[in-house]
Design a binder for this molecule. Structure first.
Ligand code: ATP
Ligand code: MG
Length: 364
């Protein structure tokens, strides 16, 4: 039986509440006999700052490096607003991303049939929607130098951000997208702006070459990022995997998210480079934050974090069948009419975090 080490970092706010439900799903997964998951739990974010004076301790970083995967809840809250910049809760997250070199951010947009009404788009456009956006996470305009604001002296200022991409960065993110497409609908859209950006020209060239050299069995379409944004609201079901840079990926993944109804439903994964055994450093987390407004009240929606655990089973632990079962259980409890407050619906029963977890486990 395959055995894996998983580091749990519940973090702050509702992070701890939603992670409690994942802990129960880990027990379920271990109980199936298909896998053995050994967990360790540590602090990240505001709670780590309170305890250690840092948003993540060196010991927790070492555990993260040694683990096969990391599951994160959420970090931050008003309590830590005055904390020094390099020690703020988000610094823990950024440190993990940087040290584990998590360059590929996977954001699925799945529309469960029972929630199609909650989408900002028409039911027929989103029912059964299943898109994967693959966003480059460690390069591009958010990190390129120079990055500065210069005072020009005459009441005018000049702000500069720089978009930089090198071949190897595009090659590795393209490979992640093609690998995923092979396990899904076998279609990749590569989104850039080659008509106005040099990085777009290189992006297009490198993705084309990676496709030709190693993935010619997958269908590849090139699309301008602005057209991609339009098509995502016009006819989102035409997409399977979309691969794009850091900036466009930030925008397009939030746009696609709205097609699914709620922030409380969306999982994510961030992956690094594969080692000789094909294992990638990986972190799984819900898209939502620590939700200070509802923290401690037991009403957070645990589905995004549970779905993130399903992604962990599929991508890090090679347990696609267990992941499918968890996703089917989520769809099932939604069909039964159970809803947390964020997805509350007329004629449905509003439940808390624990009851939602109970129902998913009962369905399993
Ligand atoms: P961050 O800066 O960490 O992204 P944020 O303030 O942008 O945080 P969230 O913390 O995700 O965003 O909260 C945004 C809103 O969505 C809040 O009103 C919050 O209560 C709600 N929300 C977020 N996640 C959930 C959840 N899992 N269940 C229910 N409501 C949620
Ligand atoms: Mg936010």
């Amino acid at each position: 039986m395959a055995s894996f080490k998983l580091l749990l970092l519940p973090g702050d706010g509702i992070g701890t509440e939603v992670m409690d439900e994942v802990t129960r799903l880990i027990e379920w997964a271990n109980g199936t006999g298909a896998i053995s998951i050994e967990t360790e739990t540590d602090l990240i974010g505001g709670c780590a700052y309170d305890e250690h004076g840092e948003a993540i301790s060196e010991a927790a970083m070492q555990t993260a490096h040694a683990a096969d995967a990391v599951m994160l809840g959420a970090v931050g809250g008003p309590k830590w607003d005055g904390v020094p910049y390099d020690k703020r809760p988000e610094a823990g997250l950024l440190r993990l991303r940087k040290d584990l070199q998590l360059f590929a951010n996977l954001r699925p947009a799945i529309c469960y049939p029972a929630l199609a009404e909650a989408s900002s788009l028409k039911r027929e456009l989103v029912e059964g929607l299943d898109i994967m956006i693959v966003r480059e996470l460690t390069g591009g305009v958010y990190f390129g130098e120079p990055k500065e604001i210069t005072d020009l002296g005459n009441g005018q200022k000049r702000a500069v951000d720089t978009q930089v991409y090198e071949t190897y960065e595009i090659e590795r993110i393209a490979a992640v997208a093609f690998d995923l497409a092979r396990k899904r609908g076998n279609l990749v859209h590569s989104a850039e702006k080659r008509n106005v950006m040099k990085t777009g020209v290189l992006w297009n060239e490198v993705v084309t070459k990676v496709h030709k050299d190693s993935y010619s069995d997958v269908k590849l379409e090139h699309i301008l990022a602005d057209n991609c944004a339009m098509q995502l609201v016009r006819a989102p079901k035409q997409f399977d995997v979309i691969v794009t840079d850091n900036l466009f990926g930030d925008v397009l993944s939030d746009e696609a998210a709205m097609a699914t109804g709620s922030l409380g439903m969306l999982p994510s994964a961030s992956l690094g480079a594969a080692d000789e055994n094909g294992m990638r450093p990986a972190m799984y987390e819900p898209v939502h934050g620590s939700a200070p407004d509802i923290a401690g009240q037991g009403k957070a929606n645990p589905i995004a974090t549970i779905a993130s655990f399903a992604m962990c089973l599929r991508y890090s632990f090679d347990q696609g069948e267990l992941a499918d079962k968890i996703e089917a259980a989520i769809a099932n409890v939604l069909d039964q009419g159970l809803r947390t407050g964020d997805i509350a619906q007329k004629g449905c029963k509003t439940v808390g975090t624990r009851e939602m977890g109970d129902a998913i486990i009962a369905s399993l």
